[in-house]
Ligand binder design. Structure first.
Ligand code: HEM
Length: 442
């Protein structure tokens, strides 16, 4: 037998092994749309992206089903009962986080038209900068603008089709040309920038007076210096700063942008919010956190904006930390699990008018704010978002200050679009939101 025939035989054998493994796993997991060999459901437009197809899949397969990201399965959880059962009642077993090869590769790489979002992004990132670096940046600062551009490119790639393909074929993709190469280069710049900040913190660290997150981390790492398994290393510090920056910058400003689009789309709701701001805060100061309890309508509107979002960012996958018997299936350790938060937020068993934008979902009969169990935009359980309290404060303060001073209106063909289309068209993009804003005389 010639070398080429032998090679072909080996290749066929390897493919056979992969497909046997895939179909063996498939038999154990919850059912779902049939995967193609090796590619899984990747190229099936009626399955992925999940954010567009989960409703039909839920209808067909029930609240727990499996989709295949290439040869790897991902168990999808839908509806309040199942998501709560996983994230809260089995918090430990579902507390893992799968390695997303693309983020991992990036982390290891050291390496009246008016663009309102550009400014809200900078303002919101500056809050993270104060916590992490102990200082904020000017709005025109080139370094901050460059960092935000890098994060934006990274997140857009991660949730794109090519990002999913990278995660499925992490061994091949680095050798192919494409946007990922540029992102690696960009992250080298970001790494160098954070490294510089860490160095300057090290030189000026005062143990009696820690200034920020970096100082606290450095103090902890000094204490652990002799421990061979120390986790507070400089490498970890830089990666964690990078992650805080990525997680804390875009998410909050995207929700804020959505809130303004909804206000422009539903002027009667915008008017009621403005009325409440005028009554409680007036014209001579801006709202503070202490005002929130006295502004139930504004608070309810912000919660409803969160509930009504069906985006690509909200469902970050988990991983099982041990084998678990769950909802009648034995899910092996290390399986990727995706709680589809939008299915909780549109669960007809928990919401009176799930398909309607209705702040009343968060108000009791006396018009007071009420929390809802099936509301979890920051997820729930062990790996829930650690930035929730900060994000909620930022949203309330920015939103009420903007509505106190401006009225928002849609422009151009956006006037005829429904809220979901407005969200979808403007999500994670740079450039103008289709809004004009008119200064209020207060
Ligand atoms: C409106 C704004 C935000 C939303 C909707 C949001 C939502 C989420 C969600 C759904 C998760 C996944 C949690 C899970 O798997 O259970 C998450 C994780 C995370 N968020 Fe946020 N987040 C927001 C703002 C922030 C902010 C401001 C920060 C930083 C200060 C932050 C830091 C993080 C981090 C570090 C994680 C990963 C936690 C882990 O893996 O254990 N987030 N966020």
């Amino acid at each position: 037998m010639g070398a080429e025939a032998l090679l072909l035989l080996c290749l066929l054998f390897a493919l056979l092994l992969v497909s046997l493994k895939m179909y063996k796993k498939k038999a154990q997991l919850p059912p779902g749309p049939t995967p193609w060999f090796l590619l899984g459901n990747l190229l099936q437009k009626d399955v992925l992206p999940l954010s567009k197809n989960y409703a039909k899949l839920f209808e067909k397969w029930g609240p727990i089903f499996t989709v295949w990201m290439g040869p790897k399965p991902m168990v999808v959880l839908c509806g309040y009962e199942v998501v709560k059962d996983a994230l809260l009642d089995h918090a430990e077993e579902f507390s893992g986080r799968p390695v997303l090869p693309f983020s991992d590769a990036v982390n290891r790489y050291k390496g009246q038209a008016f663009d309102l979002r550009k400014y809200t992004r900078i303002a919101i990132s500056n809050v993270i900068c104060s916590v992490v670096f102990g200082s904020r940046f000017e709005y025109k600062d080139q370094v901050l603008q460059e960092m935000l551009r890098i994060i934006e490119d990274f997140v857009s790639y991660l949730v794109s089709y090519m990002g999913q393909i990278y995660n499925v074929f992490p061994k091949i993709m680095p050798y192919l040309p494409g946007q990922h190469k540029k992102i690696f280069g960009d992250f080298e710049k970001m790494y160098a920038f954070i490294n510089e900040k860490v160095e300057s913190h090290r030189e000026t660290l005062d143990y009696q007076d820690p200034r920020d997150y970096i100082d606290c981390f450095l103090m902890k790492s000094e204490k652990e210096q002799t421990d061979p398994e120390a986790i507070y290393t400089i490498e970890e510090l830089i990666i964690s700063v990078q992650e805080l920056f990525i997680a804390g910058s875009l998410s909050t400003s995207e929700v804020l942008a959505c809130a303004l689009l909804v206000m422009a789309r539903l002027p009667h709701i915008q008017e009621k919010v403005q009325q409440e701001i005028d009554d409680v805060v007036g014209a001579n100061r801006i709202a503070g956190m202490e005002d929130r309890v006295r502004m139930p309508y504004t608070n309810a509107v912000l919660h409803e904006v969160h509930r009504y979002q069906k985006g690509s960012l909200e469902s970050i996958p988990r991983q099982t930390t041990r084998p678990i018997k769950f909802q009648g299936y034995l899910i092996p350790q290390g399986t990727t699990v995706c709680p589809e938060i939008a299915t909780v937020h549109f669960d007809p068993l928990h919401w009176e008018n799930p398909e309607e934008f209705d702040p009343g979902h968060f108000l009791d009969e006396k018009g007071q704010f009420r929390n809802r169990v099936a509301f979890m935009p920051f997820s729930a359980g062990k790996r829930a978002c650690p930035g929730e309290a900060l994000a909620r404060m930022e949203l309330f303060l920015f939103f009420s200050a903007l509505l106190q001073n401006f009225t928002f209106q849609l422009i151009g063909d956006a006037k005829d679009k429904d809220i979901f289309t407005l969200y979808e068209d403007s999500g994670l993009k740079t450039g103008d939101l289709p809004l004009k804003f008119i200064r209020r005389s207060i």
